[in-house]
Design a protein around this ligand. Structure first.
Ligand code: FAD
Length: 339
């Protein structure tokens, strides 16, 4: 099992800066995130939007902030475990055993939850039988587009992801694009392209339809879709892709014996520790009197939680406060040469 000084749950801005703070004081750490990319809300919800209240950064987009945080982390070679949800946190003497959805385990005295508003999960089809085919022929994200070559793919959704993939997959697959409305929410250029491909017979456009059934024994055979006017259709397909956006769920965090208050975790304001020794919560997911859900608050909380981790990770050493401007040890860790 992987033994580390601290495990961070969440690769949003708070998790990233907390990793920096841990590494500065000489502790190692790894980061797990359920998303397939780094950046949390900044990347998932507003990559192009400008933020105006990061100290000393007059303006930067969500994506630029994430890239800057990653640049700051570069000297430390942090290990990220993406597309993995932390499902279980269990006490083992002086350590915690942390398990992910992909079966990875970590042994650590410190778990820092920087989980934001919970893990981002895809909104799924309401048709119950879809579960039977999930991750085989019913998918909510694409990891390897080559599996669709020469197959029939039925894409559901009216936003950018659905339309972008419909255009892309129409090059090598037979594509049905199903949406419950006539209008799409995607970029106008992509909407125009979809209509063009539909006219050319490359995309079979089915609007005002929703899925009502899915059939097949071992293998998916066909789906049933129903029009607003109640007419139903049976569509033969090899794959079904659902792009209905993401929902945020506190998920398994709710089962770890922590004091939860309105979907946030109660902490003290000295160490940002929860009611469980060695488990901290920082960023949007924590609550205390006066909590502000701002990125700058997460940075402060992460800095203090990192110092608290030192005591449990290095019980025989004393933590010494040092400025980055003058500490030789910190400069060595950063790989900075000279004074
Ligand atoms: C549209 C919009 C505009 C905003 N503008 C501003 C602004 O101008 N200034 C400002 O300061 N703030 C702004 N915010 C708020 C800011 O984005 C949040 O305060 C910040 O993202 C919180 O960071 P975080 O790292 O705590 O959590 P998040 O960014 O939410 O990241 C948490 C991460 O944890 C992961 N996670 C959760 N549970 C698990 C689990 N069990 N296993 C694995 N991974 C898990 C999630 O997948 C996610 O990636 C804005 C928010 C929105 C939505």
């Amino acid at each position: 099992m992987n033994k580390i000084d601290a495990l961070i749950i969440g690769a949003g801005p708070t998790g990233l800066f907390t990793a920096h703070q841990l590494r500065l004081i000489g502790l190692n750490c790894e980061i797990v995130d359920n998303l397939d990319k780094i950046g949390g809300q900044c990347i998932e919800l507003y990559p192009d939007k400008p933020i105006y209240d990061i100290p000393a950064v007059p303006e930067c987009t969500g994506e630029e902030l994430t890239n800057n945080l990653l640049n700051q982390l570069k000297p430390f070679n942090i290990k990220f475990h993406l597309s993995e949800r932390v499902d279980e946190v269990k006490k083992d003497k002086d350590n915690w055993i942390v398990k992910t959805s992909n079966g990875k385990s970590f042994l650590t005295p410190n778990v820092i939850i920087a989980g934001g508003v919970g893990s981002f999960e895809p909104r799924k089809f309401p048709v119950k039988d879809c579960e039977k085919f999930e991750n085989k022929s019913v998918l909510y994200s694409i990891k390897d587009k080559s599996i669709f070559e020469g197959k029939t793919v039925t894409i559901f959704g009216g936003g950018d992801s659905a339309l972008d993939w419909a255009v892309e997959l129409s090059k090598n697959s037979k594509v049905n694009l199903v949406h419950r409305r006539d209008e799409f929410r995607a970029a106008q250029a992509t909407v125009d392209q979809v209509h063009k491909l539909s006219k050319a017979g490359k995309i079979n456009l089915l609007t005002k339809y929703q899925m009502t059934g899915i059939n097949g024994k071992e293998k998916l055979e066909n789906i049933e879709i129903k029009h607003d006017n109640k007419e139903t259709k049976n569509v033969k397909t090899d794959y079904v892709l659902g792009f209905f956006g993401l929902i945020m769920q506190l998920g398994p965090i709710a089962d770890w014996g922590l004091n939860i208050n309105k979907k946030t975790i109660e902490v003290d304001t000295e160490k940002f520790e929860t009611n469980q020794k060695g488990i901290y919560a920082v960023g949007d997911i924590c609550t205390y009197p006066g909590k502000l859900k701002l990125i700058l608050s997460g940075f402060h909380e992460g800095a203090l939680a990192a110092r608290a981790c030192f005591k449990l990770a290095r019980p025989n050493e004393k933590y010494r406060f040092e400025f980055t401007t003058s500490s030789k040890a910190i400069k060595d860790r950063l790989g900075v040469k000279g004074d």
